[in-house]
Write a protein of this length. Structure first.
Length: 397
């Protein structure tokens, strides 16, 4: 059993005073302003076939603070403003590396409200956190303990669309250790009738979190649509809609955390299907159900937890005929419409569609683990890729 040097963020809710809320709101606005100014400057330089790096952007920030128009930037802590420039630099690095689109401007209404403080701009002592430019500590609800002798390297303060305030502390967590190695392996098939089906035959019911609040959400959205633009009542109505969305997202996230933690603890190898959710949600009939299932979020949680605890995640490519392939004899059925939930193979074996798919995924994943990529029985789709091993890397939650 080894210890992983994992840096993870611990997120807590807090309740600011009126003065703290006003200070943080000003900081959010200044962060957004600096980010947009720097992006505009770099875009103009790009049009001239020039590049502006972080150091040049930092020099621009100093010049902006000296102007009468932008003198208000001096009223907030300088650290979140510098961090905004660093975030922009990372965005351009991903763009030039062809890993992301060109950075976009931040919107006052739509963009996430957040500010990041490094160690020089906050003081954390005896369970109390005080940010720069503030005379009082934040009133944080410590819903779970921090690691012993925790020393946060960065603190991120944010406010969501529902008006809730959160603080996230990034620190090393020595309590995360690789779990003992086991021979257990499991195939996982994602679906809509059942959220997940395992090769063991177990099925996880789809909680359909969005459906539970669909009536209340529709009612709140109708009220929002009737409010005058930019009015106080419209802002209140928008907040009510956001609270319903937040409640749905919280329940969904809690369910996925419980499922993924259990799977990682019980299994050494986890085999999933490499689904292209971005393309699948283009189906207008299934888009809402697919989005509510949150398959991408499930995979993301599974991968970083597997990296934390020394487990292995294998993704089988999307063209693998897991549903049409008999897990007993290997015969490939000609067609398998989504309406068919159970079928009988020529060998006489009756299959549950989802359980059979999970078993085939597990078999393909074991072949990958033993022999490497390229093991794919009876590939029927031209141009399809072979089963592949998913490289998991440590990440910060």
């Amino acid at each position: 059993m080894t210890t992983s040097q994992v840096r993870r963020a611990f997120k807590y809710r807090f309740y600011p005073t009126d003065a703290q809320a006003a200070e943080l709101s000003r900081t959010f606005g200044c962060v957004r302003k600096v980010y947009n100014l720097a992006l505009a400057a770099r875009t103009e330089a790009w049009a001239r076939q020039e590049r502006v790096n972080y150091n040049q952007s930092s020099a621009m920030l100093t010049a902006w603070k000296q102007t009468e128009e932008l003198a208000y930037l001096n009223e907030v802590s300088s650290v979140p403003l510098q961090q905004a420039l660093r975030h922009l630099q990372v965005a351009f690095t991903h763009f030039f590396g062809k890993r992301a689109r060109y950075p976009r401007f931040k919107s006052r209404k739509k963009s996430r409200k957040s500010a990041e403080y490094t160690a020089s701009a906050f003081r954390f002592r005896d369970g109390e956190l005080r940010l720069a430019k503030m005379s009082e500590s934040l009133r944080i609800v410590w819903s779970r303990p921090l690691p012993d002798d925790a020393s946060p390297s960065t603190v991120t303060v944010s406010q969501d669309a529902a008006g809730r305030w959160f603080v996230s502390l990034l620190c090393d967590d020595p309590s995360i250790k690789h779990l003992p190695t086991t021979d257990a392996a499991i195939g996982i098939d994602a679906g809509l009738d059942h959220l997940l089906t395992f090769s063991t035959g177990e099925k996880i019911a789809n909680p359909r979190h969005e459906r539970r609040d669909r009536v209340a959400l529709a009612k709140a959205q109708r009220r929002l649509a009737k409010k005058a633009k930019d009015s106080v009542n419209r802002a209140k109505a928008r907040r009510k809609v956001a609270k319903i969305h937040a409640r749905i997202a919280d329940r969904r996230r809690d369910t996925l955390h419980k499922i993924t933690t259990r799977l990682v603890r019980e299994n050494q190898t986890l085999v999933i299907e490499d689904l292209t959710v971005r393309n699948m949600v283009r189906n207008r009939k299934l888009a809402r159900a697919i989005s509510d299932a949150a398959w991408s979020q499930f995979r993301s949680m599974l991968e970083y937890k597997a990296a934390w605890y020394g487990r292995e995640v294998i993704a089988v490519d999307r063209w693998f005929p897991s549903s049409k392939l008999c897990s007993s004899c290997g015969i490939l059925a000609d067609e398998m419409p989504l309406s068919v939930r159970a079928w009988t193979c020529e060998c006489g074996t009756t299959h549950d569609r989802d359980v059979n798919a999970a078993k085939n995924l597990l078999a393909a994943g074991r072949a990958v683990a033993a022999c490497g990529a390229g093991v794919r029985p009876q590939r029927s789709s031209p141009g399809g890729q072979s089963a592949m091993k998913q490289e998991t890397s440590r990440r910060e939650p």
